[in-house]
Ligand binder design. Sequence first.
Ligand code: ZN
Length: 706
Amino acid sequence: MSTPAEANPLGLCGQLPRFDLFATEQVVPGVRALLARLSTQLDAIEACVEASWDGLVLPLERMNEGLAYAWGLVSHMLAVRNSEALRTAHAEVQGEVIAFGLRQAQSPAIHAGLLRLRAGETFGSLDPTQQRIVDCLLRDARHSGVGLDDPRRARFNAIQAELADLATRFNDHVLDATRQFSRVVRDPIEMEGTPPSLRELTAQNARAHGEPGATAEAGPWRLSLDAPVLFPFLEHGACRPLREKLYRANITRASSGNLDNTPILEQILALRHEMAGLLGFSCYAELSLDAKMAPGVAAVDELLEQLRRASLPGAQKDLEQLRAFALERGQGEPIALWDVPYWAERLRENRFDYSEEELRPYFPLPRVLEGLFTLARRLFAVDIVAADGETPVWHPDVRFFRVRDAAGQPIAAFFLDPYSRPGDKRGGAWMDDCMGRTRRATDGVLRQPVAYLVCNQSPPVGDKPSLMAFDEVLTLFHEFGHGLQHMLTRVDHGLASGIRNIEWDAVELPSQFMENWCYHRETLLGLSRHVESGERLPEVLFEKIAQARTYRAGSTMLRQLYFAMLDLAIHRDPSAGRRERIFAIQAEIAARTTVVPPLPEDRFLCSFGHIFAGGYAAGYYSYKWAEVLSADAFSAFEEAGLDDGPAVAEMGRRFRETVLALGGGTAPMRVFEAFRGRPPSPAALLRHSGLSDLPAGGVATERGPA
Ligand code: ZN
């Protein structure tokens, strides 16, 4: 039986997506029909706001579900089955979807209703998750300017529009400036040291730019500032003057002429400061942290400073080693910034003489999945079983799995799209929300969560399975960690179940936690099996992987701290919106966080899209914050004894009942403390990075960043 709603897969909220019915030409009419229906519902809610959970929050949740399902499906297909037609359809309705979200977020009637619910007598009878959802909805409404009087709200909205426009221009300038720089190399001596993959790519670039006869072997080769060209060249190009040229071009990208981002930085910082002021915050950093796990700017400062003090000596030692090594290999000149990646790679090759290619045959995908699922069973008492064919998928390579609890009952499901498909699939790896867990208010029926796990690893060749690089194994564990949090949630409210409603700086806890297991000897050896000989990964290779983990850890950490501290500093200084001040702050922070100081003309901020055109403004610290949480969580397992089966199982249950089960329904600091029995401590991260000699058991009394 077919009804009109069934004809369009975007309208099937609550069911597994019908990828077999998905058709690009249905996107625009499907989304418009849905928005029309939701707008009528929103009108009805606004017309008579009832200040109760069932009368206000539940209808909001249902609207949210419908839109998240349909738009999530479109966005997912855009990422995994991209086409010109789908891009056009997506672009055509994207503005309408955003406008609907804004209308809901800025609705004065809903805001007033939420305030009445918060102050009313029934609030106390809501469960703690419901209370948190109301508080988070109120916070988001406040941050969207709904509580402002008319002139202030008008100014707030004007700032928002201007900031969106500035972010677009910022990105356009970076793209154009990147495109503007190129250097065609004709002399093979200038390409000395570069790997075949880079020669192939740069010859291909040359062919696309007026050199039809370019070949990987004979050139010419076209160098550019695109990451896949720039970084391999800085790491491997033996030609020092050319490295310098590329390095200098990169750190001054989009900082002069008609593509100069400096005035845009000034405006963005000034507008963000003004916006924070309108909302009652002293600076933009305070506004950003108001919606995060970190309790405040001071707590972040304290953590970053602690990490800085611990990593600086390591970074200095790294530099000394590079100097000695470069000198020994014949570089008489002092180490410059454009020498660091080059010599760091030479030293790495010298110390850990194995290649990714050597590891691949030990990690065929089917074996790695088996090992990962065994680990999930051991830690979290869940069974993961293949269920291919039970539901349509978007590509023949996509797998479907069901997750069962210890009693054999299905509790969740996920899709796995493992291989790279450059033709129509976005690069990178991610986990996304296909459906969230909710319990229907009317009859108590539970809808199970479903996740998308998407990787871009090497596809199978011939009759051999996909052979994974160690990094690809890490990535799979990472995304699976996100997936576990989405799927093992016990929260029954769709606005806060799984990965929903989790603070930005806490969301990487389960994913990075899972990565730690790849450095556990028994786990890694257990999931390795040579594709031909069937042998486990040799001990000696495991040792090298384990040692390579801490190679230059002080330098790597210090670099992240430079970015994090600078990001925070420019978002709290009221006068950072003036160029002298921005670059003075950069110099001050660099003096404390670099061992080779940046050049005076360094303008990397002009291409730092994370904080000027992405979501990381006054939030770059989140990388380190989440790493502290995940390392500290893993150290609970180390303290229990990683090879003590029952102890690990018990700790795993505890992790499942807290971090994985409570999700966005409980404040993340409380979730962490419920698992760890104390606030987070950076000791484990420092120890895993080889930056302290603290024993595993010695961290329990450390003072946390909170
Ligand atoms: Zn992640």
